[in-house]
Design a protein around this ligand. Sequence first.
Ligand code: FES
Length: 163
Amino acid sequence: MIELTVNGATARVEVDPATPLLYVLRDDLNLLAAKFGCGLGQCGACTVLVDDRPVFSCLLPVGAIGDRAVTTVEGLGSAQAPGDVQQAFLQEQAGQCGYCIPGMIARAEGLLRRTITPTEEEMRAAMAPSLCRCGTHVRILRAVRRAAVARGGGVVDAAEPVA
Ligand code: FES
């Protein structure tokens, strides 16, 4: 039995400790936002936060999490009440197929928990591990800039101002 804190609630799962966190989230906890893309830590579709840091949940064994808090996009808002990062992504129409977006939002949330005034370079570096095969990176970066402003900060030396 493994005990986890996910989105502020305690979850108990009967799984092998070597099971990737992604499988536990999706298959045992019915949290379907984080996606399986490559399974190799190369695409970012599975990104969630563990103690505020973005991680590839396809690579992280659930037994290695311990008492650290896991946050998925379901913990950041809902379709009915989207959180501020989700709202920024909606306002910028940052999703095309949408497969990468939960990972992108988790990654943006991780950045903004560290700083609400990242430089443009820091913001791009923070988002770089997540790939978007539709090519909406420009809109995604706009959404992160918008979310930083919404939190009372902003991207320093932003390549594009928030409209
Ligand atoms: Fe985890 Fe691609 S599915 S990085």
